[in-house]
Design a binder for this molecule. Structure first.
Ligand code: ATP
Length: 294
């Protein structure tokens, strides 16, 4: 977590018993979610689990069917312009404004936030912080996918938001652009972020806390290590001894390895201890929850 006294501060997002119904279909069935100031929370879940719906309710884009929701201390159904100006929203990449130049668009958008600004704002600093200084004079239509996404983030940050929403931010990125984007987000120290993603490595890299949503319900909420502890009874230990390969699952891997070395010393070779990855944890939790809700 990027701030150490989050527990004592009021939460940025506070959701209790959120329900959403489209026609006769319940899409959110009582979601509880808390995000503390400065925290980065990743919302994971299979297609159709309700992630975007949840985010859209929090952004005030959708009216919920039931439940208590506060974002920055305000019910999103009653959020005014001042409240809205405190939110940053990065939607899945948009393709408008191709003829505008980067700095020109950001400068124009920045003016819209001027009446709501509490802090000094430097446009070139923002452009620099998303790594677009060398592209500030370029037409938006000529940017690469990764540069375009940086611009999306700059648009999300232009109002100096207290809370930033990132909806599947790196879809379609090549590995280099993805890594650069992750560095960019990790550099936004102090900004509270709620992101959705299908990329588990991304969630693990960026998020302080992971919330897994399945069929409209939160089935897990914790750090990646806490989630792993929920299912990871055993670790896999692999090693080579006297030319023979050994692979086995053990509950106490540290104790096992200690005994192994005490008994065989330097004859043990190629040792690997593998704990459950976030992907193992995620798939186990989703399967378990789908069995319960089936
Ligand atoms: N306007 C709508 N009217 C009716 N049903 C809707 C509407 N919007 C979303 N849904 C349904 O609500 C469910 C949740 O959708 P949502 O987009 O929130 O899921 P998601 O977890 O974000 O999925 P994905 O990972 O595919 O983006 C889906 O079954 C979807 O079909």
């Amino acid at each position: 977590m990027r701030t150490n006294d989050n527990q004592r501060k009021p939460s940025v997002v506070h959701v209790r018993g959120l329900r959403m119904r489209y026609g006769s279909t319940d899409v959110l069935k009582g979601v509880d979610l808390t995000v503390a100031p400065g925290e980065v929370v990743a919302l994971l879940g299979p297609n159709g689990a309700g992630k975007t719906t949840t985010i859209e309710v929090l952004e005030g884009f959708r009216k919920r069917s039931a439940g208590d929701v506060e974002v920055l201390g305000v019910d999103p159904d009653h959020g005014d312009e001042t409240w809205r100006a405190r939110l940053g929203v990065v939607l899945q990449s948009w393709r408008d404004h191709g003829r505008w130049r980067v700095r020109e668009l950001l400068s124009y958008l920045s003016l819209c936030y001027e009446p709501y600004r509490a802090r000094a704002f430097d446009l070139d600093e923002l452009i620099g912080s998303v790594g677009l200084t060398d592209h500030a004079g370029k037409r938006i239509g000529s940017l690469s996918g990764g540069q375009r996404r940086r611009l999306d983030v700059a648009v999300g940050l232009i109002g100096q938001p207290d809370l930033l929403f990132l909806d599947e931010p790196t879809v379609g990125f090549d590995p280099e652009a993805r890594r650069e984007f992750h560095e960019l987000v990790r550099g936004l120290t102090g900004t509270t972020i709620l992101l959705t993603t299908h990329d588990l490595a991304e969630a693990e890299k960026l998020a302080d806390r992971i919330v897994i949503l399945v069929a409209g319900r939160v089935v897990a909420d914790g750090t990646a290590a806490e989630l792993a502890a929920r299912i990871a009874g055993e670790a896999e230990v692999r090693y080579r001894l006297g030319g023979e390969r050994h692979v086995l699952s053990v509950a106490d891997s540290t104790g096992y390895v200690r005994n192994l070395f005490a008994e065989h010393g330097t004859a043990v070779d190629d040792l690997e201890v593998r704990r459950a990855s976030l992907e193992d944890v995620y798939l186990a939790l989703v399967r378990e929850s789908e069995l319960v809700t089936a």
